[in-house]
Write a protein that binds this ligand. Sequence first.
Ligand code: AMO
Length: 439
Amino acid sequence: MEYLLRDLRRTHYTKDVTTDVMGQDVTIMGWVHEIRDLGGIIFLLIRDFKGMIQVTAPSKKVSAEILEDIRALRKESVVAVKGTVQDSNKAPNGVEIIPSEITVLNMADQPLPMDPTEKVKAEIDTRLNSRFLDLRKPGVSAIFKIKNQMFKSVREYFADNDIIEIHTPKLVASATEGGTELFPITYFEREAFLGQSPQLYKQMMMSAGFDKVFEIGQIFRAEEHDTLRHLNEAISIDMEASFMDDEDVMKMLNEMLVKVIADVNEYRSEELNTLEHKIEVPQGKFEVIDYDEAVDLVNSRGVEMEYGEDLSREGEKVLGDAMDDFYFLTGWPTAIKPFYVMPYENKPEKSHAFDLMYKNLELSSGATRIHQYDLLLNQLIAKDLNPESFEAYLKAFKYGMPPHAGWGLGADRVNMVLTGVENIRETVLFPRDRHRLTP
Ligand code: AMO
């Protein structure tokens, strides 16, 4: 029963089978979503990436052979249906297809490991174990259609601002964001690591004279966290720009996110509806709060926090409640930020580092970077890091490194904001967490 495509080709996606093509012959291809056999008439719902269409086979109008073929079908099998479009006030899109030919391209086994029709709610683990089936659900694929729009808009923003795309190695020799979160690997006879961040490379590209660069790529974090917002493999949107400081790059991050949200609203309203999610386009500049003020505010709301500490989860929550949805947290203590952030000139215990928050979720970190070799060396030593491990990086600071600044934006976390999902695993096709390495 199973066939190759041969000369069969799709003429329409299900969503394009509308009253516009009434009376015409069309060929659609997709999955058998539902079969309803009422004896004298059989209804099939066929689903493809863009939607669904009803195929109606009344025994008076279609051949016995076709009826037999339909009765032999199993849910989620892949079929090509050729037929005539006719109007139907009962069908979901006001039209249906009366089949003249049904080709089974691949019959699905039964029982299915999970129901992809959204009738039965499954646990996230069951869903991820059969992710290919889970992703067939419109409510799940919508997340990735929105993610796709996000990356499209991000790339457009970078292109419009003359920012060049780079690809840096993910097999690396040293840590960048503090030593404890690295995945060690065997690199021939040496030890190496999976890259935590393109940080060192994007900075070296400033010394290379590339002016403004961006990278969209995997980052690997060996953190033990098992939370709704941490992954061990995430996607970071990284940007670095020469002759700019923290305020300049914060402005760019702000502009870029406003564009992304506006575009998602404009081009992905159908998916937002499917997800029953709304995200308002932020107006103007994001609110800014200095770290010192944030500590006072958090304490005033009954959550204890010492100057110099990182925000606790509780601290993030009360701060999130007090601020606009999007806000920058600036002036971080130098001691709790990575070695490459630029300390204030007159108050070196504070730094030109910022985080961008959405409510209580950190979306991005960035900073003006140290561009002076001697200061960088001092900071490495102050953080108990071995300058020898950073030799190749440090070299770029000796022979003409311009002042620069940049940020890293967690793409999966932005996608959580855009889609309203609460578990970051929902925003990744095949997530990697503390317990999951397959599929
Ligand atoms: P940071 O470590 O803050 O900064 O990472 C930047 C952003 O990446 C996202 N992110 C994660 N998302 C999911 N799971 C994780 N385990 C995870 N870790 C990070 C967050 C975070 O804000 N080099 C700096 C950036 C820079 O200064 O340019 C860096 O990596 O959204």
